[in-house]
Design a protein around this ligand. Structure first.
Ligand SMILES: [Zn+2]
Length: 298
């Protein structure tokens, strides 16, 4: 499990670890711990950090949770968080301070900016959040990559856009892949494999067969890698998709050096005490937020 930090306001959040620290960079991945939402907390639960305007939760509480996350990551609850209406696409938008709280929000699954003093936020509850920063040009980006967005190459497309808009060079980029549903907990249908095979030469390397009748195998599929052709019968081994590896491959394909890609880790479905998970909660769940920004010069 990744190591977390607990802010003075009670928000528990995660960061990528790395050899070098980037002084101008704000970034973090929220967990469900901290905050004031009770919508998903169970009967005697404590307040939680739901950051999505879900139908079950109180909008004011969510707004306050967002301020607490901004405070934890940037030091100020006033730091605006720019979000988008996510819809599993490969659309990416360049945003600035005036986009914070805009109505209606633009539809996209990636955001980027070079403007200091704002946070870009991507909401997830199993999908993969990917944060990218250009060390030299001080450009930041956040991407939402579930399996549909991953097939549409949201991360590759997003980095292409960073090059186009800001002249970013892939060798200057660092990336962090945040907590998402793990290979251990993500059975998918044959049609998902077929869809990946139609797009990626390395598609087969992103799937593993897991025997669902064996709990040890189901929990630790990497220990039981199977070389047979996957996907036979309903009761037989099931295909599991590795979204982290899929997005790591896209970062590599976009030219990001492998040593500059960090995987934060943590399966959202395996750790309901720490993460919101759409699958683990059968849809009744809150949202976490991954944020990144450029710290203003003092
Ligand atoms: Zn898991």
């Amino acid at each position: 499990m990744p190591e977390g930090r607990i802010a003075s306001n009670g928000v528990h959040w995660l960061q990528m670890t790395g050899r070098e620290k980037i002084g101008w960079l704000w970034h973090g991945f929220s967990t469900r711990v901290g905050g004031g939402s009770l919508a998903y907390a169970g009967e005697h639960g404590q307040g939680e950090l739901n950051l999505g305007f879900t139908p079950e939760d109180d909008r004011e509480l969510v707004c306050r949770n967002r301020q607490w996350l901004a405070e934890a990551v940037s030091g100020s609850a006033e730091t605006p968080i720019v979000t988008v209406r996510q819809f599993h696409s490969n659309l990416v938008v360049v945003v600035g301070r005036t986009d914070a709280g805009r109505a209606p929000l633009p539809k996209a699954d990636g955001l980027m900016t070079a403007e200091p003093g704002i946070l870009l936020g991507i909401q997830t509850a199993d999908c993969t959040p990917v944060l990218v920063a250009d060390r030299r040009r001080r450009v930041v980006a956040a991407f939402h990559a579930g399996w549909r967005g991953t097939i549409r190459r949201i991360v590759e497309a997003g980095i292409g856009r960073m090059r186009l808009e800001f002249g970013c060079r892939p060798e200057d980029l660092v990336a962090a892949i945040g907590p998402c549903i793990g290979l251990c907990c993500y059975p998918v249908g044959q049609e998902v494999l077929s869809a990946f095979e139609s797009q990626f030469a390395y598609a087969r390397e992103l799937f593993v067969e897991v025997d669902p009748t064996d709990p040890v195998r189901a929990r630790y599929p990497m220990m039981f890698l199977n070389q047979r052709a996957p996907g036979h019968g309903a009761d037989g081994p099931r295909l599991h998709l590795d979204l982290v590896e899929a997005n790591r491959r896209q970062l590599l394909a976009a030219g990001v050096p492998s040593g500059s890609i960090r995987v934060v880790g943590g399966c959202t479905s395996c750790h309901p005490e720490l993460f919101f998970s759409h699958r683990a909660s059968r849809g009744h769940t809150g949202r976490m937020m991954s944020v990144i920004g450029v710290r203003p010069a003092r």
